[in-house]
Design a protein around this ligand. Structure first.
Ligand SMILES: CC(C)(COP(=O)(O)OP(=O)(O)OC[C@H]1O[C@@H](n2cnc3c(N)ncnc32)[C@H](O)[C@@H]1OP(=O)(O)O)[C@@H](O)C(=O)NCCC(=O)NCCS
Length: 185
């Protein structure tokens, strides 16, 4: 089930971060975080102007994820502010239910390199080890997102493949899709 025990972790600069399961009341703060990453322009498939998600839709998704086996959404909170999140969703079919698709790994730009990404991915990996039926975690990442690729390597993921020029930022400006995964012990 999509829940973890809340954990307080001391960050590199000494601040405390609370890593916990997302709740429906986080919907607005999560959308603010998402918009801030969209506004950076280089890390998402969606453009900021294409974003139509409402708070109500986000709230419903969070509520469903908590109930669904093989799904988890975790947030990182510093002084009551949501500064990061990550999510994993198992497939809905018998042949995909063993595979947890990791997505929406975001840390607010002002909070990067403090150890929050690692804390979020650590929580996902630990949870997957105790979640019945999950045998593998996998994800897609832009080849240009070096920080994310390094974060995933550091958390036991390896590169499984690459799809050249999948993403077009602008004329002559492309990224490959990098496929990464790790088995769950
Ligand atoms: C990727 C991201 C989540 C990392 O979050 P973070 O909180 O800065 O990561 P951490 O501080 O926990 O760093 C964890 C590890 O990732 C790697 N890393 C993080 N930022 C890095 C950077 N800018 N360059 C190289 N490696 C980096 C390092 O290995 C680091 O470990 P170390 O500090 O012990 O060397 C963050 O940069 C982000 O939100 N980026 C934009 C959104 C994005 O690309 N998301 C991924 C979508 S697939």
């Amino acid at each position: 089930m999509g829940e973890i025990k809340q954990r307080e972790i001391a960050l590199k600069q000494g601040e405390q971060v609370n890593i916990r399961t997302a709740s429906e009341t986080d919907a607005a703060a999560i959308l603010d975080l998402y918009r801030s990453v969209l506004a950076e322009g280089r890390y998402t498939l969606l453009l900021l102007e294409e974003m139509q998600r409402t708070e109500e839709e986000e709230r419903k998704d969070i509520a469903n994820e908590i109930k669904r086996p093989g799904c988890l959404r975790v947030v990182a909170e510093v002084d009551g502010l949501i500064v990061g999140m990550a999510r994993v969703k198992a497939g809905g079919l018998q042949r995909t239910a063993h595979f947890g698709d990791v997505d929406s790994v975001w840390v607010h730009a002002e909070w990067r390199r403090h150890g929050i990404g690692n804390a979020l991915m650590g929580a996902i990996v630990r949870w997957s080890e105790g979640e019945k039926g999950i045998e593998k975690l996998g994800l897609f990442v832009f080849s240009t997102s070096e920080a994310a690729i390094a974060l995933y390597h550091r958390n036991g993921f390896t590169i499984e493949g690459r799809a050249p020029r999948d993403i077009k930022f602008a004329e002559g400006d492309y990224a490959d899709t990098v496929i990464m995964g790790r088995m769950v012990d």
